[in-house]
Design a protein around this ligand. Structure first.
Ligand SMILES: Cc1cc2nc3c(=O)[nH]c(=O)nc-3n(C[C@H](O)[C@H](O)[C@H](O)COP(=O)(O)OP(=O)(O)OC[C@H]3O[C@@H](n4cnc5c(N)ncnc54)[C@H](O)[C@@H]3O)c2cc1C
Ligand code: SF4
Length: 371
């Protein structure tokens, strides 16, 4: 690790004065320390944000909630109001790493986390994202966990944050502070696709930090489903968050956002448009009927062209055809298969069509079940 000076400012403005070229903010350190140790990042200054008061609380804000950037994922999961009002966020946070990681990992650090790419986090591989004048090694290399959308840019790493798709689906906003003061950014507009010569994953300037996440009115009919190889200590292969806009007991619209499929959280407007106004079937007792798997989603994607998927959105269950879920499940299978058989063309392959009717499968997709 290269030597750096360590700073621990106690207010936002002092922090942004210390940031800028040659400096990085530090929160829980669960991502950043690895990059420092691997010499992927070699800053002159590391600016600890955890000593700034006011960034570690969860408080009411209008009809919603304001979550400080320094709130740990463990604290987020323990908050009764977050659990009641935003299950999609809770289910996303539950998938992150392990209890030890969630004890230190923060909401702000998660949103600003570096790309999930094994070439990026290894000091031995120069790549465009690290500013090297070198082709992306993932494009011709091991890329089964890389992007399947927006693959025409210089970098095909998927965005690493599991919370981001949930926050996009929930329509959350960020408070960002820089030398000129504070500004608000929709989470959906916070991330940006890789472009030649630019290495940032989001719209933050080098001397700006995220201080808070603001959530609007409660969205209890929301959920996140992640496909993981392991139950814990793993990154999602694919992830989808859904939030329903309710009108009484009728779901009028849905916001759907996918994770781990593109360099940014990937909104799925085709899936949203396919979502009809839905009322619960009266014979099932309305929205109140629940199933054993409440709180999680069960997705079974089989060879049937119908591709129906069970959404279990507590405390309701909807059966809908949703191409986004097909995508998640299919991609986790086909990415592995394709990358094994045809690595060199995989990343330049066109994204799968998913906004129209359910596609006919070209190969048998596996079943993913999660309770
Ligand atoms: C085994 C393992 C499994 C993991 N699995 C997952 C997973 O499934 N899903 C997932 O999302 N993550 C996962 N992670 C990654 C990581 O733990 C999370 O992204 C974590 O939330 C990062 O938060 P942090 O507070 O530790 O951030 P840090 O490591 O301190 O910082 C991360 C980045 O954000 C910047 N940063 C931090 N705070 C701010 C701020 N307020 N404003 C601006 N920039 C800031 C830092 O400069 C750094 O670039 C995993 C990590 C490990 C080690
Ligand atoms: S996918 Fe992005 S981060 Fe990974 S090696 Fe290629 S340019 Fe670097």
């Amino acid at each position: 690790m290269k030597a750096f000076t360590y700073h621990s400012p106690t207010n936002e403005q002092a922090a942004v004065r210390l940031l800028g070229a040659g400096a990085v903010p530090l929160a829980g350190g669960s991502s950043l320390l690895n990059l420092l140790k691997e010499r992927v990042l070699e800053p002159e200054r590391v600016v600890n944000l955890k000593a700034i008061p006011g960034l570690a609380g969860i408080e009411a804000a209008g009809e919603g909630l304001r979550i400080g950037a320094n709130v740990t994922l463990a604290a987020l999961l323990e908050n009764a109001e977050v659990r009641r009002a935003y299950p999609a966020l809770v289910q996303a946070a539950e998938t992150v790493g392990t209890p030890q990681i969630r004890n230190v990992a923060t909401v702000g650090g998660n949103l600003c986390a570096p790309p999930a790419c094994w070439y990026y986090t290894h000091e031995g591989f120069p790549c465009p994202r690290k500013g090297a004048d070198h082709a992306c090694p993932a494009k011709a290399g091991e890329n089964e966990y890389h992007a399947i959308f927006a693959t025409d840019g210089p970098c095909v790493a998927v965005h690493a944050s599991s919370l981001a798709p949930a926050l996009v689906a929930l329509g959350a906003r960020l408070r960002v502070v820089g030398p000129g003061g504070a500004r608000e950014v929709e989470v959906e507009k916070f991330f940006r696709l890789p472009r030649a010569g630019e290495h940032r994953e989001n719209v933050l300037a080098a001397d700006e930090i995220v201080t808070h996440v603001t959530l609007g009115p409660a969205r209890p009919r929301s959920a996140t489903y992640a496909v993981l190889h392991k139950e814990s200590h793993d990154w999602p292969v694919g992830l989808a968050s859904v939030s329903l806009q309710m009108d009484g007991d009728t779901a009028r619209a849905a916001r759907v956002c996918l994770g781990a499929v593109a360099p940014v959280p990937w909104r799925a407007p085709g899936a949203e448009a396919a979502f009809p106004p839905v009322r619960p079937p009266p014979e099932r007792g309305g929205w109140g009927f629940t199933t054993a798997g409440m709180g999680r989603l069960k997705s079974t994607v089989g060879p049937s062209p119908a591709f129906t998927t069970n959404f279990m959105l507590p405390p309701c269950s909807l059966r809908v055809s949703c191409s986004s879920w097909i995508l998640v499940a299919k991609s986790s299978a086909s990415r592995t298969l394709r990358s094994r058989t045809d690595r060199t063309t995989y990343c330049s392959a066109r994204p799968m069509a998913w906004s129209g009717p359910s596609p006919t499968p070209t190969r048998m997709a596996p079943s993913f079940t999660s309770e």
